[in-house]
Design a protein around this ligand. Structure first.
Ligand SMILES: Cc1cc2nc3c(=O)[nH]c(=O)nc-3n(C[C@H](O)[C@H](O)[C@H](O)COP(=O)(O)O)c2cc1C
Length: 157
């Protein structure tokens, strides 16, 4: 399967979740800065991840979606990172709505992963929850098992 995970991240938390999901799916993991709008429809499965900013996805993710013409039939998954407190909701449902309007198909419900404060870190157990969420979209075999303990040591460059 040719899967791609595209993420934005200011403090590295969304990137950590993106990398867990990328390992489960055997996907290419790409920062949004490195992606062109027309790249989005070229994969079997597109995963979009964003921090929640003011209840929405990031401006960079918004710009990418805005410049993407159509995603007819493209299989997608969306996730955000978030705090427990928000005034205007969360990013993932909004990304899901935008993708659906462009013809994309969500293969699992949007998901959010919690951080303890604006800069993180991720709440305990969120990396594991991301692994489980990603596994919902594929039938896994042992060869692709994610070593979560290794990823917990991983830091954004
Ligand atoms: C400008 C800004 C606005 C934010 N707005 C929200 C918000 O509306 N709701 C929320 O739950 N978290 C909000 N947060 C906290 C982010 O969810 C948190 O910074 C993010 O999950 C961290 O991910 P990152 O490390 O990938 O940047 C905001 C953070 C910033 C910097």
């Amino acid at each position: 399967m040719n899967a791609v995970v595209i993420y934005d991240s200011r403090y590295g938390n969304t990137e950590m979740i993106a990398r867990v999901i990328g390992m489960v799916l055997g996907a290419t993991v790409c920062h949004v800065d490195l992606v062109q709008p027309n790249d989005l429809s070229g994969s079997d499965l597109l995963v979009l991840g964003s921090p929640t900013h003011g209840g929405f996805h990031s401006e960079k993710i918004e710009a990418l979606l805005k410049d993407t013409d159509t995603l007819d039939g493209c299989k997608t998954m969306v996730f955000d990172t978030r705090t427990k407190r928000t005034l205007f909701g969360y990013a993932a449902p909004k990304m899901a709505k935008k993708l659906s309007r462009k013809g994309a198909v969500l293969v699992v419900p949007p998901e959010g992963f919690y951080v303890m404060g604006v800069e993180g870190p991720l709440n305990e157990g969120e990396m594991e929850r991301a692994e489980i969420w990603a596994r919902q979209s594929v039938s896994m075999n042992g060869d692709h098992a994610v070593q979560i303990k290794d990823l917990l040591e991983w830091k954004s460059p």
